[in-house]
Design a protein around this ligand. Structure first.
Ligand code: NI
Length: 154
């Protein structure tokens, strides 16, 4: 088995808060990341695909193809966007790096037809990053429309 990785970058804003928490609890839990008008990050995204290289091409997956899939399905949707407001698939999701990784996985996994998706690694900063290998995890989607909060478990 071999592992190939494509690295991409995007810049985006987000605000971390849980609409079911009080303001005080949101501040206590999320601290500066709870800043009401959000803040930005320059994210680095590493996508790793595993497989056996095709003997005819020597490729697990053509990295140009992988780049195009990542650009079309992920980067174009999030780059220079506010993750709390502008991105359909993140609506109501607390946009931590963990939750972003999970949503990215769900979108990307079915698009990878040569090899299989192995890991999504998202750097929020040089020192903070999350790796996700596709194990089942539960996250929540909070719908705050109509001044009530409904919660969907994903
Ligand atoms: Ni942040």
């Amino acid at each position: 088995m071999m592992y190939v990785t494509r690295r991409t970058h995007f810049s985006a804003a987000h605000r971390l808060f849980n609409p079911t928490f009080t303001n005080e609890k949101n501040e206590a839990v999320f601290d500066k990341c709870n800043n009401p008008h959000g803040h930005g990050h320059n994210y680095t995204l590493d996508v790793t695909v595993k497989g056996i290289p095709d003997p005819e091409t020597g490729y697990v997956i053509d990295l140009k193809k992988l780049r195009d899939i990542i650009e079309e399905h992920l980067i174009d949707k999030v780059d220079h966007k506010h993750l709390n407001f502008d991105v359909d698939f993140l609506q109501g999701i607390i946009p931590t790096a963990e939750n972003i990784c999970l949503c990215f996985w769900q979108i990307l996994e079915p698009q990878i037809t040569e090899g299989t998706l192995h890991c999504i690694k998202l750097f929020e900063s040089e020192n903070n990053f999350v790796e996700y290998f596709g194990e089942p995890v539960t996250i929540k989607r909070y719908d705050v429309s109509h001044s009530t909060v409904s919660i969907q478990t994903l």
